[in-house]
Design a binder for this molecule. Structure first.
Ligand code: C5P
Length: 405
């Protein structure tokens, strides 16, 4: 990670169980060439030893605001000026509250107040604490001031709960710090992406599904993350690993996908709808398994699902909207019609048919936006995702520039 070479990272470690991962994070940053100065809150020492961090970073760990010898050498204001970036990982609910209120009761919060360097926080706390309205308010206030949040991830917690609040893995945090310095074209941009198929339940054991493998969406997730995006990935059922650094929300049905998207869309700068969403779902989901009972025919009445993308694009305060169109013929004309009908900023169309599109590893896209188009030619989904991400970043920047000249 060349972007980190010679960068000065002030790594704040606060008192949470994830503090032990601070050692791995410090090691990854140092190995990538960064100078790392650890500053711990007074209680963080209960979770990780200063000696460990000192051995990894080659610098004495700072913890106290009132340390005479340290203040004589590099005082807290000099330390605040020294940093190219302040990263707090883990960031507890308490430090987030203190930062939102602007208090300076210990060395770390004082440094944050005194430093003009960008501030990145990797939260780690119990899921109820993360969901608490007080924390939601504090996070919103900090985001408004330009503070960036890395994660948290969803999953099993040290306390036994399951939900949002796990600290991102150190490798994912180090990647994001690298992307920050590397000036990824989407650094700091919040992207919401849907991927994979949906499953519409018929009865407790059967569903209506489709052949989407999620490969294109997941390749796009990797490409967006590589450009530094903060990514929320709403995924239908797929057999693919979570892209490193993405916040993944697993859903099954179109209605669940709708709810997950609308729970996050207000915070998104860009929305990319790559999922193959079922247009219809069975009107009545049987409570018990449907029996044959000798019948030769079975009719299932279906009802329309909401069009997630069209509804997002119709919002008054809406993100930059990108859709996909799988067409069997007249690709360009159908895609452009769809782009206009759904009110999209960009559409990526592909021809589907035998061995093309779903499940395959390569594909060809025709990308259309207002006043422009690009045909990519046939290539791997990974390369397509990289090019599409560049086009999204270009068009997003162009649009933001005309809106805020
Ligand atoms: O209208 P059509 O299904 O062809 O549109 C495809 C695009 O719309 C894709 O980007 C897909 O993710 C999105 N879509 C959606 N919700 C639906 C149907 C499609 O977000 N219910």
């Amino acid at each position: 990670m060349l972007a980190l070479r010679g960068r000065r990272v002030l790594l704040g470690i606060t008192a949470g169980i994830a503090a032990y991962k601070g050692a791995e994070l410090a090691r990854l940053l140092v190995r990538a060439g960064a100078e790392v100065q650890v500053v711990m809150t007074p209680a963080a020492g209960e979770f990780i030893g200063r000696l460990t961090l000192q051995a990894i970073t080659g610098r004495e760990v700072r913890q106290s605001l009132f340390d005479v010898s340290h203040e004589a050498a590099m005082g807290h204001i000099e330390l605040a000026r020294w940093a190219d970036l302040v990263l707090i990982a883990p960031a507890t609910a308490d430090v987030i509250a203190q930062l939102a209120a602007g208090t300076a009761r210990d060395l770390l919060t004082t440094l944050c107040l005194a430093s003009e360097a960008p501030l990145l926080l990797a939260p780690a706390m119990n899921q109820a604490m993360w969901r608490h309205p007080a924390t939601r308010d504090n996070v919103a206030r900090l985001m408004q001031r330009g503070v960036r949040f890395l994660g948290p991830a969803d999953g099993e917690q040290a306390c036994g709960d399951v939900g949002p609040g796990r600290m991102l893995e150190p490798a994912a945090i180090a990647d994001r710090v690298g992307a920050h310095f590397g000036g990824g074209r989407l650094a700091g941009r919040r992207v919401l992406l849907t991927a994979g198929p949906t499953r519409e339940a018929l009865d407790p054991v059967r569903f209506l599904g489709n052949r989407s493998s999620g490969k294109m969406g997941y390749a796009l997730a990797d490409a967006l993350l590589a450009q530094g995006a903060d990514l929320v990935l709403v995924s239908g059922p797929v057999a693919l690993p979570t892209p490193r650094g993405a916040k993944r929300i697993d859903v099954e049905s179109a209605l669940q996908m709708y709810d997950a998207v609308f729970a996050h869309v207000a915070e998104a700068d860009i929305f990319v709808a790559c999922a193959a969403v079922a247009d219809y779902r069975p009107g009545d989901v049987m409570g018990e398994k449907i029996k044959k009972d000798g019948a030769e025919r079975l009719s299932i009445e279906c009802v329309r699902n909401p069009d997630i993308l069209a509804e997002v694009a119709a919002l008054e305060r809406r993100p930059f909207c990108v859709g996909f169109a799988a067409e069997t013929h007249d690709v360009e004309a159908h895609a452009e019609r769809k782009r206009r009908a759904k009110g999209l900023d960009m559409i990526a169309a592909n021809q589907v048919g035998a061995s093309q599109g779903f499940e395959a590893d390569d594909n060809a896209l025709l990308v259309i936006w207002e006043g422009g188009r690009e045909a990519t030619g046939r290539q791997s989904k990974v390369r397509l995702a990289t090019r599409l991400t560049e086009l999204i970043a270009e068009r997003f920047d162009a649009q933001t520039a005309t809106q805020n000249p």
